[in-house]
Design a protein around this ligand. Structure first.
Ligand code: ADP
Ligand code: MG
Length: 298
């Protein structure tokens, strides 16, 4: 007996390294006519490195102190930026202090108590939003300078006072440009970029891959709202993401795909399909597989 086309397509997708969760999903993938891509961990490799360590004047911290403080607070986090901070601290032989009362806010950052101090690490624009004092103003200037290079700046605060910034850079995936080109050909529209990162880093990366519709500085619910807005306009939107911050958008999407290797458990559970082999180019491949299978279903 021959296998029904959609089941054969699921098996085929599996050989490409994509786990498609059901025949219904396999069928829907071929209907998508718009795509929203996450940045960090999706278009980029998700193995970022710390490139700059900038203690603020008056903080009394050395570069090593600042990095160790940030790494101690980030240690419990599964975010790619947190892993970069912890790995860099370890590679410099720094001692990390235990973190207590750890909290994590998707799209913003983390807080923890480290050596008796309340430490916050996260997006400068979010942490500094209402502050007008001299230290905060200086921190915002350093953040802008770091972000102008297309990097992600993160701010470290101790007991509510900015003490320094780190810059973090991630590499584009080798198949990012090819994937954007292929998705543009399949859907007739270039994908949009939805990211919680700063607008400067987002614009830099978008230009490299050929994306013009860039939505930056988004909280998780903003990503979902961007998808819903397109769906209200009659589009069938595919979302590709990896983080906890992508879960609402993956849920709102017509078809949600999660990056499996470094993806958060929540993203993997919420998505309709999971890229197991860590190749972004499998996304247009499964859309094409679905379309071929649909053509055979009567
Ligand atoms: P993306 O949408 O590109 O995957 P996220 O929504 O995960 O990015 O993060 C958005 C921004 O929030 C980051 O650029 C960073 O400034 C901040 N952020 C989130 N989580 C962390 C963390 N664990 N440590 C430091 N900053 C963080
Ligand atoms: Mg991400």
């Amino acid at each position: 007996a021959t296998m029904p086309p959609l089941l054969a397509a699921i098996a085929n997708a599996g050989r490409h390294g994509v786990l498609v969760k059901s025949a219904v999903v396999m069928e829907r993938l071929g209907q998508v006519d718009a795509v929203a891509l996450d940045k960090t961990g999706t278009l980029t490799e998700g193995t970022p490195r710390v490139t700059d360590i900038r203690p603020l004047a008056g903080s009394g911290l050395s570069e090593g102190d600042l990095l160790a403080l940030a790494a101690s607070a980030e240690h419990p986090s599964e975010h790619p930026l947190a892993r970069a901070v912890v790995d860099t601290a370890r590679s410099r032989g720094l001692d990390l202090a235990p973190a207590q009362d750890f909290t994590s806010t998707p799209g913003i950052g983390v807080t923890a108590t480290v050596a008796g101090r309340t430490v916050a690490v996260g997006a400068p624009a979010r942490l500094l939003s209402n502050a007008k004092d001299t230290v905060s103003t200086r921190a915002a200037v350093v953040a802008a300078e770091l972000e102008d290079g297309g990097r992600t700046a993160i701010l470290i605060e101790a007991d509510g006072v900015p003490v320094g910034l780190l810059a973090i850079a991630d590499r584009l995936r080798p198949d990012a440009v090819g994937t954007v080109t292929a998705l543009t050909a399949l859907t007739g529209t270039a994908p949009m970029l939805v990211t919680g990162d700063n607008p400067r880093a987002a614009a830099r990366l978008a230009a490299e891959v050929g994306i013009t519709d860039v939505r930056a500085g988004l909280l998780p619910q903003d990503k979902a709202a961007a998808v819903e807005e397109q769906e209200r306009a009659g589009r069938k939107v595919m979302v590709v993401g990896d983080g906890v911050n992508d879960a609402p958008a993956l849920a709102a999407a017509h078809s949600g795909i999660a990056m499996g290797r470094a993806g958060s458990d929540l993203a993997l559970e919420t998505a309709d399909a999971v890229i197991v082999r860590d190749e972004l180019a499998t996304v247009p491949a499964v859309v094409a597989l679905s379309r071929r299978a649909r053509a055979l279903v009567v």
